[in-house]
Design a protein around this ligand. Structure first.
Ligand SMILES: Nc1ncnc2c1ncn2[C@@H]1O[C@H](COP(=O)(O)OP(=O)(O)OP(=O)(O)O)[C@@H](O)[C@H]1O
Ligand SMILES: [Mg+2]
Length: 299
């Protein structure tokens, strides 16, 4: 293949622009949440996998945490299992949890592992149960009761929160140059399985491994304001105000919460990006422009 002078200078410019970022992030840990909504097609999944492999090859240590809401919905539908949502969360009885565990820990997790490995990486798929990575606790939702102001506790079954993270298995894998790929499932004290929102898992893991950066790949261009315009930067206070006013809602809520917690607990930067845009990860990390929404600590 021959390339024109213009192409050559473009390629050289791109590599030169990346150099200071490679130097800055070399040896650091990067936690990437790969949203179920961003796993749109095989081509995109392949570009994601190649980005992850490239990061590893230039000395950055990616840890992938994945979601899989749409994929769980698909299998439940195929199996004719009805579920309902309360406050954006799926009420998960034992039968539903079996499907959640099969889809997240089996299908989705191993799909990402194979694609990374097919692109030259060495990924290892685990759930939060492996190596006792994530201890879960049951999440109880409360909402105002129908007639009184006394909040009503709603049992949403096997939906959990992170109680404790034991990151040793991640350190071992990263040290041996593996790329951990984590399904957001944890075990309660008695071994019961819980499905935990993957954003919250990614945030806690980023805190525990002292990640330099937490990147959340989703299906919107970032956090949008009330008129649908992407906000390039957002301070913690501004983010809290958008939650209060309801501009940030549903699936964006756990992202915002985990971003604020991660920033408060030593993670330097949190970025929400459109994972359905090709090479979103590389563009964010290696170019001057940056994309999506960056959430920062208050001054
Ligand atoms: N202010 C906002 N800006 C952008 N998106 C918002 C906002 N408020 C709510 N959302 C919703 O949040 C969604 C993203 O979260 P969602 O949980 O659906 O995806 P995900 O976390 O990437 O996937 P998964 O939950 O499977 O891991 C967006 O598609 C949008 O509908
Ligand atoms: Mg989500």
């Amino acid at each position: 293949m021959t390339i024109s002078n213009k192409q050559a200078s473009n390629i050289a410019a791109v590599l030169t622009e990346a150099l200071p970022y490679i130097r800055q992030f070399h040896g650091t840990t990067l936690v990437v949440k790969y949203g179920g909504n961003a796993m749109v097609d095989e081509t995109l999944k392949n570009t994601f996998a190649r980005d992850i492999v490239l990061l590893k090859l230039v000395g950055i240590n990616p840890i992938v945490v994945h979601g899989g809401g749409p994929q769980i919905g698909n299998l439940l539908e195929r199996l004719n299992i009805q579920t309902r949502f309360v406050g954006g969360m799926r009420v998960t009885d034992g039968e539903t949890m079996d499907v959640v565990e099969m889809v997240l820990g089996g299908l989705v997790n191993q799909d990402i592992v194979s694609i990374i490995n097919a692109n030259g990486g060495r990924a290892v798929g685990i759930t939060g149960k492996d190596g006792d990575l994530i201890r879960a606790e049951k999440l109880n939702l409360s909402q105002p009761g129908p007639e009184t102001d006394v909040p009503e506790i709603i049992d949403i079954g096997h939906v959990g929160a992170v109680a404790e993270v034991n990151p040793e298995i991640l350190r071992t894998l990263v040290q041996e140059n593996f790329i951990p790929v984590i399904a957001p499932i944890g075990a309660g004290p008695d071994g019961t399985s819980y499905n935990i929102n993957a954003d919250l898992v990614a945030g806690r893991i980023a805190e525990e491994v002292s990640a330099e950066k937490l990147i959340l790949l989703t299906n919107t261009a970032g956090i949008l304001d009330e008129s649908g315009v992407t906000l390039p930067t957002l301070s913690a206070n501004e983010a809290r105000a958008l939650v209060k006013s309801g501009v940030i809602s549903e699936g964006m809520l756990p992202k915002t919460h985990c971003a604020l917690s991660a920033l408060a607990n030593g993670v330097s930067s949190v970025q929400i990006l459109d994972g359905t845009a090709p090479h979103a990860l590389l563009l964010e990390i290696f170019t001057d422009a940056g994309i999506g929404t960056k959430i920062t600590n208050d001054e």
